[in-house]
Design a protein around this ligand. Structure first.
Ligand SMILES: Cc1cc2nc3c(=O)[nH]c(=O)nc-3n(C[C@H](O)[C@H](O)[C@H](O)COP(=O)(O)OP(=O)(O)OC[C@H]3O[C@@H](n4cnc5c(N)ncnc54)[C@H](O)[C@@H]3O)c2cc1C
Length: 453
């Protein structure tokens, strides 16, 4: 019997291996991971930088020894797959410690090679002092450099979720932080008013921000000294690059595996590639979007785990279909949380759908119970049917749970009225008697009725 071979041992790869083991106890399962660690929560890395997570080992869910002893899954770290021979169903593997290469046959292969940080094509991007943040190794290297008191001034390039999470944690360390952002405002997929609320929060926390600036060069004499944009020069001791990721699909492409949206590995709803017995999952692969009704590229840990689990099931002969994503995501930004699900009005327009929206400002729990904070909600809906299409929330408490309520409502194709009529819980420390999501739905429903006349 040939084994189930997995390339990549983080979220998608280990979810698949674990699921396959549960379904087929006797099948040999082998995972090759080029890094030194598997099964870790990369999402915790920003918090490790500041010491909120004091020990990086806490982010490692399970190690190779656990997988071998408890699950009979062979995990080989520091082993890179160099090539996939689809005809003879084998992979060429290099042991990065010994330099030895060898071939391994497979019955089924899962390509779960993840994504890599985008490195802007500017001079100096490889200078010491310029750090991406993607892998645990990246996190350890950056953490170690931040311990040096000489590192005081830091430029973060890119103000997406990862950049903003890193900024908060650098400020917790007492570093001086400047943000360089290409766009004219933060988080373009949020309403402009919401971007302004987040910008104010960064300002309150002494983050200097530069909008509409494109990175031109990273300069220094043997070590980064200045970040240069088209508009200015920013002397610094260190820079963090957080301008997005691209799928690790080169190896797949070289093997003849078809690529799709944004060069991610093309997959069907069962996570099958165009090659027999080769599945793909996670940040290297496309994702089916429930509203677009087609594949997109939305690399997220939630999706990687779901796709990986499903690929593990299908590797064992299952026929499970991925139901899709809505791009539901949330990030902590100092004392705020910002979350989004489904379509913005612009995305709806791109998908050929008419969309209307309504924004409410309310509070997160009963006004008379101490600590009530502002909560901003935006609902995007179909102007004909009043079916919910998207939502955004910015606030302090309960943002993550509320965005999940909106995601559930979108998945269930609920109308504003139906959402407003859901029987939600209430207790003064947690909620208002009119829950914020219900308030937002009712306000949008009134606007919809008025517009209809
Ligand atoms: C700082 C940070 C914060 C994040 N926060 C969140 C969050 O809050 N919520 C969320 O949903 N997502 C978050 N993410 C994204 C999430 O971490 C990823 O979506 C998830 O890790 C993807 O898992 P994956 O297994 O598909 O890919 P990866 O985690 O990229 O793992 C793929 C692995 O494959 C290995 N590999 C690649 N090529 C080969 C090869 N040829 N041979 C052997 N091994 C190979 C790589 O070394 C890598 O370890 C965050 C990411 C970062 C970096």
């Amino acid at each position: 019997m040939q084994p189930f071979v997995v390339i990549g041992g983080v979220a998608a790869g280990m979810s698949a291996a674990s699921k396959a083991r549960r379904l087929r106890p006797d099948w040999p399962i082998i995972v090759y991971e080029q890094g030194s660690h598997v099964s870790y929560g990369a999402c915790g890395l920003p918090y490790y930088l500041s010491g909120v997570i004091p020990d990086y080992r806490k982010m490692i869910i399970r190690d190779p020894e656990y997988f071998l002893k408890k699950m009979q899954i062979q995990v080989h770290v520091r082993h890179r797959v160099l090539a996939i021979d689809t005809e003879n169903k084998k992979v060429l593997v290099k042991n990065l410690d010994t330099g030895e290469t060898f071939c391994q046959r497979y019955e089924t292969l899962l390509y779960a090679a993840g994504a890599s940080p985008v490195l802007p094509p500017v001079p100096g991007v490889a200078l010491p002092g310029v750090f991406p943040l993607r892998t645990l190794e990246d996190g350890l290297a950056l953490h170690s450099r931040l311990q040096d008191p000489v590192v005081r001034r830091i430029v973060v390039i890119g103000g997406g979720y990862v950049g903003l999470e890193v900024i908060e944690n650098l400020r917790l360390l007492g570093k001086e932080v400047q943000l360089i952002e290409l766009e004219e405002r933060l988080l373009l997929h949020f309403a402009p008013d919401f971007s302004a609320i987040i910008r104010d929060e960064l300002e309150k926390n002494q983050v200097e921000m530069h909008f509409g600036e494109s990175l031109a060069a990273l300069r220094g004499n043997g070590h980064l000294q200045t970040v240069v944009t088209e508009k200015g020069e920013y002397p610094c001791d260190l820079a963090v690059l957080a301008v997005g990721v691209r799928p690790n699909s080169d190896l797949a492409k070289a093997a003849g595996i078809a690529l799709g949206y944004k060069n991610a590995v093309a997959v069907d709803r069962r996570m099958r590639t165009n090659m027999p017995d080769i599945l793909a999952a996670g940040d290297c692969a496309e994702t089916y979007h429930r509203l677009w009704r087609k594949n997109v590229y939305l690399p997220l840990g939630t999706t990687a785990n779901r796709q990986g689990r499903l690929a593990g099931e299908n590797a064992c002969g299952g026929q499970a279909e991925f139901t899709g994503v809505l791009g539901t995501s949330v990030a902590k930004i100092f004392s705020l949380a910002a979350a989004k699900t489904g379509f913005t009005e612009q995305e709806a327009a791109q998908a050929g759908l008419a969309a209307a929206s309504s924004i409410v400002e309310t509070i997160d729990h009963a006004i008379y119970y101490p600590g009530a904070r502002r909560l901003h909600l935006k609902l995007v809906y179909c102007p004909r049917s009043a079916v919910l299409l998207g939502g955004q929330i910015v606030g302090s408490e309960g943002v993550a749970h509320r965005i999940d309520v909106l995601a559930t409502a979108i998945a269930a194709r609920m109308t504003l009225q139906e959402l407003g009529e859901v029987d939600m819980s209430y207790a003064p420390p947690y909620k208002g008697v009119w829950e914020a999501v219900v308030v937002a739905a009712n306000v949008a429903q009134s606007a919809w009725e008025k517009a209809k006349g």
